[in-house]
Design a protein around this ligand. Structure first.
Ligand SMILES: CC(C)(COP(=O)(O)OP(=O)(O)OC[C@H]1O[C@@H](n2cnc3c(N)ncnc32)[C@H](O)[C@@H]1OP(=O)(O)O)[C@@H](O)C(=O)NCCC(=O)NCCS
Length: 306
């Protein structure tokens, strides 16, 4: 019917996928995610997540999206994620409210009891979220550096060896990721990430560039990892993850591995490196400040009991 907002499931058709990428580029310009990687998410999110993407459209014009799923990486029951984004020129007309209602109904149906989403830290976005019952919580800091400007690699201690993540291979990288992600500050603990799911979602993500990532070995023990998603066409690099095994922290390994990775990115022609860190992740924020990252945006985690 003319003039009415229709909410429907998103398909894998090119037009829907390209709309998602365009919307994401407008709302979150500091993130890196290609159309191909978007498709990979649809194909690889495990069944237990109850993954659903909804699109809102009026008169055949796409206006916004909502994404809802259970937190499949945690053993905490009922934890769920929700995202609602509307094109800037389409806001203030009830599109977001319609999408949010449909996404929350879906989450309740698949067993979600606590929803969490990331919201730009702007009065407009936060007021909107609060009006719909969401409580602002954690702070996520986004920042950027030109890889060509990062300091020289600090002296590599005796017994430490830096290799590309591609050379170390997925199993080694997975083991460090799975062990260290337990300590990453966040609303939920990531304690359920089987290797086959990680391989499909992260290692084989079309945006993942293992030749730009770094693994640091200490006396032949794989101790630290930097993972990188990137878009060679636009010269954008995104730190997908940095982790150091507990027993090797505080020795400069995160700084060393990330510097090494950024130098490789600079040599490969990348000109903008993005990262995001929880506001209480003091060691990672300290490493990034040393590398010269400058703040670009802040998001807040917003939570609601469904
Ligand atoms: C974050 C993490 C990767 C850091 O690894 P690390 O090897 O200890 O880091 P480094 O030793 O290279 O550097 C830590 C820096 O933080 C500083 N630091 C540590 N604690 C700090 C604090 N509470 N406040 C301020 N600075 C702090 C250190 O002084 C050091 O800086 P310096 O070298 O200039 O002195 C590691 O703690 C980790 O794996 N955490 C769990 C996973 C995680 O949160 N990853 C980041 C996701 S964004």
């Amino acid at each position: 019917m003319t003039g009415q907002t229709l909410v429907r499931a998103c398909t894998l058709d090119d037009a829907d996928m390209e709309f998602l990428a365009r919307l994401r580029g407008e709302v979150f310009p500091y993130r890196v995610q290609s159309v191909a990687s978007q498709r990979n998410v649809f194909r690889t999110v495990p069944e237990r997540a109850g993954f659903l993407v909804l699109l809102a459209e009026r008169d055949g014009v796409r206006l916004g999206m909502a994404r809802a799923m259970l937190d499949y990486g945690t053993s905490e029951p009922g934890a769920a994620q929700i995202t609602v984004s509307v094109l800037p020129e389409q806001r203030g007309r009830g599109v977001g409210t319609a999408l949010l209602a449909a996404a929350e109904a879906h989450l309740r149906a698949v067993g979600g009891t606590r929803a969490r989403g990331w919201c730009p830290d702007t009065p407009r976005s936060l007021t909107w979220a609060q009006r719909h019952g969401y409580e602002p919580g954690r702070v996520m800091r986004y920042s950027m550096v030109d890889p060509r400007t990062v300091p020289p690699t600090p002296p590599v201690p005796a017994g430490v060896r830096l290799v590309a993540a591609a050379e170390a291979g997925p199993r080694v990288v997975y083991e460090i990721d799975a062990a260290t992600t337990l300590d990453e500050p966040g609303d939920t603990v990531i304690d359920m990430m089987p290797y086959d799911e990680w391989l499909a979602m992260h290692w084989h993500n079309p945006d993942h560039h293992p030749e730009l990532g770094t693994v640091a070995y200490v006396a032949d023990v794989p101790a630290a990892v930097v993972l990188v998603d990137a878009d060679p066409a636009s010269g954008r690099y995104h730190s997908a993850y940095t982790g150091v095994l507990r027993e090797f922290r505080g020795r400069g390994l995160a700084k060393l591995a990330k510097t090494d990775s950024l130098h490789r990115a600079a040599a490969a022609g990348y000109t903008a490196a993005y990262t995001s860190n929880d506001g209480v992740n003091a060691p990672m924020l300290a490493v990034n400040a040393w590398l010269g990252y400058q703040p670009t945006a802040v998001e807040r985690s917003c939570r609601k009991t469904l």
